[in-house]
Design a protein around this ligand. Structure first.
Ligand code: ADP
Ligand code: MG
Length: 152
């Protein structure tokens, strides 16, 4: 399984930018592009999402959607094939998948024009398709070091 080591928030953002280019440029995909982000508090999930969105020229300030649970951004570039919208979801607060499904997550996950990045995705594992790309974030012994593993 491919894994990456980063030694600063900046590097985690750069990795996110590279993965964004890699996955969004695969034209002709027919499925929603979903990234499920796993890992403890402070392991770098939101930092990763910030780098991912920045790369796609989304200029709004990117904060963690901890209180609103789902945020969405319009993807304006024509360079990314069919993808039109990006959703940033945070499952930290939820107790059951149904809470997010009621907020429309099911429909979001079914639209092939959507890119979806989900923090604490293990909480809604049963709602995610087998095409989901799972990324695991881990702290290392060194303070600013993180290991990011692509699980699928
Ligand atoms: P999460 O969303 O997983 O809770 P955040 O991205 O919000 O994590 O927070 C990560 C914290 O760790 C930030 O304060 C960030 O500055 C710090 N940090 C230190 N080193 C790294 C690194 N290599 N990658 C990402 N974040 C890092
Ligand atoms: Mg977070």
């Amino acid at each position: 399984m491919p894994f990456y080591r980063t030694i600063s928030p900046r590097q985690t953002q750069k990795l996110a930018a590279e993965l964004a280019q890699k996955f969004l440029k695969k034209r002709g995909r027919k499925n929603t592009l979903t990234f499920a982000l796993l890992g403890d508090l402070g392991s770098g999930k939101t930092t990763f999402v910030q780098g991912f969105l920045k790369e796609l020229r989304i200029r709004e300030k990117i904060t963690s959607p901890t209180f609103v649970l789902i945020k969405n951004y319009k993807l304006r570039s024509k360079n990314y094939g069919n993808y039109k919208k990006i959703y940033h979801v945070d499952c930290y607060q939820i107790k059951k998948p149904s809470e997010l499904l009621k907020l429309g997550l099911k429909e979001i996950l079914e639209k092939p024009q959507n890119v979806v990045l989900i923090e604490w995705a293990e909480k809604i594992r049963s709602a995610l398709s087998k095409n989901t790309i799972w990324l695991k974030f881990e702290h290392s012994r060194k303070e600013n070091q993180r290991t990011i593993t692509v699980l699928t």
